[in-house]
Design a binder for this molecule. Structure first.
Ligand code: HEC
Length: 164
């Protein structure tokens, strides 16, 4: 294996070897001039590069396997309510009891004391599912009817809003 080949070879398997390539560069920057050594040394350098790459590659693959297997943390009702691509409730509603409910809009009434205002939780859910039933002129999106949120997401948002 000649010196240029070592480098080419090292970089060809860069995908699972990025760190190996970096290591190669580090060695070079530390004065191990891998491009001007004997053939025998080339072989050794190549072997150790390959070994580093294999170990790093296996490590990366093992890690990504673990990451893929790890259960995703469950999305909370609060996250759905705050998420601009989901409920985005804050665009129109303040949540005065929630400290991090910042930059809220005032198009809808502040969401506060909801359990008192909606003793029947099903009515609260119905309001979120389709606000046009109570008021056909409302600017509130019919989150359930228009499938902006899934039934499960609406359940979670309802639970969260009910706690405000
Ligand atoms: C585009 C503005 C807008 C968005 C976004 C919005 N709402 Fe509304 N919402 C309103 C308006 C306006 C009202 C006032 C009632 C009406 O128009 O019928 C309202 C009323 C409500 C009410 C009834 C409050 C009461 O005291 O009667 C609830 C509960 C509610 N919204 C929850 C939500 C939730 C939860 C979200 C997010 C998933 C949300 N809203 C998103 C505009 C919005």
């Amino acid at each position: 294996m000649d010196k240029q080949n070592i480098f080419n070879y090292a970089c060809a398997i860069r995908d699972w070897m990025t760190v190996g390539c970096q290591q190669f560069n580090v060695w070079q920057s530390q004065g191990f001039n891998l491009l001007s050594i004997t053939k025998e040394d080339d072989m050794r350098a190549g072997a150790s590069l390959f070994l580093t790459a294999s170990v790093v590659g296996m490590f990366v693959m093992a890690n990504s396997a673990v990451a893929a297997d790890a259960p995703k943390p469950e999305v909370t009702g609060k996250q759905i309510a705050f998420d601009k691509t989901k409920g985005n409730c804050l665009a129109c509603h303040a949540m005065p009891t929630v400290p991090d409910a910042e930059a809220a809009g005032t198009i809808g009434p502040p969401l506060i004391a909801m359990a008192a205002r909606f003793p029947d939780k099903a009515k609260l859910r119905a309001q979120i599912w389709d606000a046009t039933v109570a008021n056909p002129q409302t600017s509130m999106i019919p989150f359930g009817k228009h499938k902006v949120l899934t039934e499960q997401e609406i359940d979670k948002v309802t639970d969260y809003i009910y706690s405000l």
